[in-house]
Write a protein that binds this ligand. Structure first.
Ligand SMILES: [Zn+2]
Length: 142
């Protein structure tokens, strides 16, 4: 099988931040890199899960909700992918700054009832908010 594009980039050179990963069929994939790859520090599975719930909710309620196709975690637990249409780097950066600020106000995990989630006990709101705050600081330095 062919090696897919996301495995072809040298992950040891990837830094924390917001990176444009690829563009296909009018859809842009953004690499929201919370952690430096292979540096020993990863988002815990429960915080990763909670960040997914919160940010998916906030992004889909934002003023750019119609341009958001998907938001979900990387299996390596160093960040998330955001898929959008019609948005350039500056617009995505602004959107993320707004949404991460809103995300910090959450007092409970949206969609975390048993009937709403496939692993409803695996959540960590405090851990998620800590990671969200840390990534917002990274975004503010861009
Ligand atoms: Zn879930």
């Amino acid at each position: 099988m062919d090696r897919i594009p996301s495995f072809s980039k040298n992950h040891d050179l990837l830094e924390q931040g917001l990176h444009k990963s690829m563009e296909m069929h009018g859809v842009t994939t953004w690499d929201l890199r919370f952690k430096k790859p292979n540096a020993g520090d990863y988002i815990t599975p429960s915080a990763l899960h909670t960040i997914e719930h919160i940010l998916a909710t906030v992004l889909r309620n934002s003023d750019k909700k119609d341009d958001v196709i998907y938001f979900g975690p990387m299996g390596c637990r160093t960040g998330f992918y955001l898929l959008t249409v019609n948005l350039d780097y500056a617009q995505v950066l602004e959107l993320l700054k707004q949404c991460f600020l809103v995300a910090l106000t959450f007092k409970e995990v949206p969609g975390s009832r048993r009937e709403e989630c496939g692993n409803y006990l695996e959540h960590d709101l405090d851990g998620a908010l800590k990671e969200i705050g840390a990534y917002l600081e990274i975004l503010r330095l861009i």
